[in-house]
Ligand binder design. Sequence first.
Ligand code: CP
Length: 310
Amino acid sequence: MDNLSVDHLTGIDNLTTNDIELIFKTADSFKEVINRPIKKVPSLRDITIANLFFENSTRTRLSFELAEKRLSADVVNFSAASSSVKKGETLIDTVNNILSMKVDMVVMRHPNPGAAKFLSERVDAKIVNAGDGTHEHPTQALLDAYSIRERLGKVSGKKVVIVGDILHSRVALSNIYCLQKLGAEVMVCGPTTLIPKYISELGVHVEHNLVAALDWCDVANMLRIQLERQEMKYFPSLREYSMQYGLTKDILDGLSKEIVVMHPGPINRGVEITSEVADSSQSIILNQVENGVAIRMAVIYLLASKIKRQ
Ligand code: CP
């Protein structure tokens, strides 16, 4: 069987293009499984997975849990809000206590960049990063690229613009790494204050005018403004932001070609995207959510195949 080059999924940065293609090929099989009347395979009956969420989540958490259950793994869920983390326990102590209960894999969302890698170097379990602060969100980028491949036939040669709060976005960074590894051209678009200065060093185009960016691209990935990560004001008001960077049906209809519209969620309707666009036939937002389960099944399955079973 083909194998991943990594033992943990801490980011897209350290995956090879072959790894990404193997994840996609494996996800193709699992997508077929989750569309059957019986949406389950017995592959991971001997594996226990803990989902550790130190930050809020709807899609990622549910998607991982469904993926694990569709693979027949045993699943335990941990939420920081109701745990002993509030009593001063360290991350390593928390995780080692959970691992003492014979857990094989940890899926973790954490506010600190690098938390997943830190853990992968210190505990004896496979680690999957479900978002680490403003750093990476690898499974989101994998499901985004997989959804582009599904809609457009391939990722290589496509032009993708990521619009919005690039500065605070782990989705943007993981998408840039993933799309470039697959041969796409990437542009970022947003107000100067929300585009980090180092970004052009990653080989991406930078554009501050939304219509010019949309005219260039095949796919627009609209990001949310992450007010919860902003310690100062980066633009005058959400209304002002929406007037400059909000995607409306009028803007889409005025473009010379039909582009694909994506959003990782959660959507702020009427801010970065109108309801009319989000719910239009050009939007693949719900396809992204569906594909998330197949991609996460593939990642978990491939990492679990590296666990030494007795
Ligand atoms: N896309 C995403 O990460 O959504 P959640 O924050 O709801 O998990």
